[in-house]
Design a protein around this ligand. Sequence first.
Ligand SMILES: *Cc1c(COP(=O)(O)O)cnc(C)c1O
Length: 385
Amino acid sequence: MKLNANARFATKCLHAGQEPDPSTGAIITPIFQTSTYVQDGLGQHKGFEYARTQNPTREALERNVAAIESGVEGFAFASGMAAIAAVSTMLAAGDHVIVSDNVYGGTFRLFDKVLRKYQLTFTYVNMADLDGLTRAFTPSTRLVFAETPTNPLMRLIDLAAAADITHRHGAKFVVDNTFASPCLQQPLTLGADLVLHSTTKYLNGHSDSVGGIVVATHAVDIEWLRFVQNAQGAILSPFDSWLVLRGTKTLPLRMAQHNINGQALAEFLAGQPGIRAVHYPGLPSHPQHELARRQMRGFGGMLSFETGSLENARTVLNAVRLMALAESLGGVETLISHPATMTHASVPVDERNALGITDGLVRISAGVEDIDDLIEDLAQALDRL
Ligand SMILES: *Cc1c(COP(=O)(O)O)cnc(C)c1O
C-alpha cells in the first residue's frame, strides 16, 4: 500500500495517513487506548511520550484529513467547537474578527458570550456581498471566519474572492467546511489559510461520534496549533479518531448518494404547490446556482423549505415516519428539523425573520436511504397540509 503523490480523492480518503500496523500487519490502524509510552532509555523513545501530546490513532486521522483537504497538517479536537476555540487562540486582545452572518449557532455563542470577554470584537456580515465584506475591515482585523453553504438557508460565499479580499487586508481566512465536506469543496485550494470541521457531521458520517479537526498549511499556524492542542488539551479520543477514520474511507460514496438524494428531495419539494420556497444550491432557482456549479463538486445533502406557518411546519415534522426529527446533520440517516425552535432558537425572533429563518421553515439533512422511500415519506406528510 503505497500512495502516489498524485493519488485521486477517493484513493486518498481510503489510504492517506494509514500504514498497516508494523507489529502485526493489521490493515486498520488500531485504537491505541493508552495514556503513556514506555521509553527505551532516558531520552530515548519512539516519538511518543504522553497521549495528550501524541497518539498514533489520532495522528493517522490527522494525516488522512490533512490529505483530503489538500492541506499540510491536521489537528483533531474533542468537538467542532473545540476546534474553533483552538483557532480562536491565534487572536490576541484588541483583535477584530469578521464572521459570516448565519454562522453556526454554537460558533456565534462562543464568539459573543465567551470571547468578547477577552477584548476581541466581532462583526457579522453577509459575505455573499463582497463590497460589504470589504467595508467591514478595520485596522485591527486579523481573521475572517466564513461558513458556506450557510445553515439553514444554503447561501454561498465565493471563497476565492473572499480569500483574496481578506489577504489584501493582511488577515487570515478561515473556512468552516462542515456543510460541504472536502468531497464537494476544498477551501485551501481556493486560498483559505485554515479549514475546519465538525467531524460529527459528514466526515464521521454515522451519527456516532462528536469531534472536530483543523487543517493548516502555513508553518507558523501548524506550530501554534500543535502547541495549543497540547497546551489546552481538548484532544479527540483514540476511539473517536478511529471512528472518523472509518468514516472518511466511505466519504466519496456517501456524498455521491447525499448529492442524489438532496437534489431529488429539492426537486420534489419545488414541484409541490403548497411549498413557497426551496433552498438548495443544486436548483437553478437558487440565487447562487452558478457559483455553486463553479465552486462545488456536487450540491450536498442539506436543504430547507418554506411551509408558510408554524402549524404547517409542525404538521410535516410530526407526520414523517422514516425521517427522524432531530438536530445535527451529515449522517447516513435522513434527519428533519425546525430551525426556528431547534438549531436557531437562541437567535432573537426579529433577527431570525430578517435572515429568512421563519417559523414555517423546515430543514432536511438527506441521508442515503432509497430515494423513493424518502419521497414517499415526505409526500404522505405533505398530504396532511
Ligand atoms: C455542528 C457544527 C459545528 C460544531 O461542531 P460540534 O462537533 O457539534 O462541536 C460547527 N460548525 C458547523 C457548521 C456545524 O454544523
